[in-house]
Design a protein around this ligand. Structure first.
Ligand code: HSE
Length: 427
């Protein structure tokens, strides 16, 4: 029987899950796939962590060269996260002729061009299913199953931490800061939550997913990014009254106008399938010209769900001899011919603090009308706060630039109302 040796770089949450799945299912994989996949090396400094997982101490090393020079290692699994030293280690493994499986979205998003070049040159496999949306099988679905389509749009809830925080704010009415502290205590949010709450994690994933969907490099620097740190609980409650749920949505669209890519808090109509994706769950909603709509849903993080994606890649790599790389020229920068749309078309939720007197709404409507913004829904709260009343408007689809100009004019003119928040809406 063919033997395949795996080395794991890092025994953190995902490394531990991967080790557990590989060792517990070894006999099953032999029977089903006809290949004996064994863990033969682990790069980890913490001996206690290795002991906790029952790892044989002989397998442990702190030296990447030992792994690269070991002829028993065929596949190197990188689950360290961050750019360095992960990048140096992955390139060393590829240049030593080892195939690589990685869960590292930041590394793959920023350096896929260098990693793919090294993989191609050395005729090795480079797999990254676990880099996006953990256990949800979205990468191979895009790479294989949906190839018959021109993908026109993808929308995803691709960060579990922010989805957990927004769900709790919406259900319990607590503030962002209180829910974040609670989420940190429960281990749902990192001690430094910046990458998640400011939308970087989602932007890295959207860069990878939109590049694959639209067959052209979409650098993450081209993605408009806005996190959830400024979200106010009252907006979630008003949105709920109007039939919307707030999500940190990653959106990629490809039309004759060009490509638009953005990550920001978005109200989703509660009849949309993405509206039911709550807590730390993730989902990606893809639209193709033939298949129409497809939604993939599941756990975007965690030891075993992410380990599931990694082990799927290991088995694929162990049972294939020819490897595929990007279907597009994978450069660091976007192709100069790619057009990016920044004046998006969207519906908008606008909350105004308005003076409670005659003519104020007519002033607001007049500014909106000037910029061709039409209101689809509105609600006014009778409860006065600091002498003003909240008025909520949901607009029909309009242009982002028009909304910015109208907001500026309302806030700086004699309208007797101020815009307190603006949130994009998907219906
Ligand atoms: N921190 C990520 C999330 C999981 O909250 O979804 C790993 O990408």
């Amino acid at each position: 029987m063919k033997k395949v040796g795996v080395a794991i770089l890092g025994l953190g949450v995902v490394g531990g899950g991967t080790y557990k799945i590989l060792t517990e299912h070894r006999e099953f994989y032999k029977k089903i796939h006809g290949v004996d996949i064994g863990v033969v090396g682990i790069l980890e400094r913490k001996k206690e962590r290795a002991e906790e997982l029952g790892v044989n101490a002989d397998m442990l090393t702190c030296d990447i060269d030992e792994i690269c020079k070991n002829p028993a290692v065929d596949i190197v699994v990188e689950v360290m996260g961050g750019v360095e030293p992960a990048k140096t280690f992955v390139l060393a493994a590829l240049n030593a002729g080892k195939s690589v499986v990685t869960s590292n979205k930041e590394l793959f998003c920023k350096f896929s061009h260098e990693l793919e070049a090294a993989a191609k040159k050395n005729n090795c496999g480079l797999f990254y299913e676990a880099s996006c949306v953990g256990g949800v099988p979205v990468i191979r679905t895009l790479l294989d199953n949906l190839q018959g389509n021109r993908i026109t749009s993808m929308m995803g809830i691709i960060n579990g931490t922010t989805n957990y925080i927004l769900t709790k704010m919406s259900n319990g009415g607590a503030s962002y800061n209180d829910v974040l502290s609670e989420a940190q205590k429960l281990g749902y949010a990192e001690a430094d939550p910046t990458a998640d709450v400011e939308g970087f994690d989602a932007a890295y994933k959207l860069s990878i997913l939109s590049s694959l969907s639209f067959h052209t490099k979409i650098p993450y620097t081209k993605i408009y990014r806005e996190g959830i740190t400024g979200v106010e609980t009252c907006d979630l409650q008003y949105g709920k009254r109007l039939g919307y749920v707030l999500k940190l949505l990653a959106i990629g669209k490809n039309s004759e106008k060009g490509i638009e890519v953005r990550v920001h808090p978005t109200f989703v109509k509660n009849t949309h399938p993405l509206a039911s994706v709550s807590d730390s769950y993730n989902a990606v909603y893809v639209t193709g010209d033939s298949v129409e709509d497809v939604m993939l849903y599941g756990r975007g993080a965690g030891a075993l769900p992410t380990g599931s994606a990694i082990v799927g890649d290991i088995i694929y790599c162990a049972t294939h001899d020819n490897f595929n790389y990007s279907t597009f020229e994978n450069n660091e920068n976007a192709d100069p011919e790619t057009k990016f749309v920044t004046n998006y078309e969207s519906a908008y939720y606008i909350r105004l603090d308005a003076e409670d007197k005659a003519g104020v709404l007519s002033n607001v409507y007049s500014v909106l009308g000037k910029y061709d913004i039409s209101v689809a829904q509105s609600v006014q709260d009778n409860e006065k706060k600091n002498g003003s009343v909240p008025v909520i408007l949901i607009t029909h689809e309009t242009f982002e630039e028009n909304v910015k100009k109208a907001v500026n004019e309302i806030n700086n003119g004699k309208v007797f109302a101020k815009v307190a928040s603006v949130i994009r809406v998907v219906s």
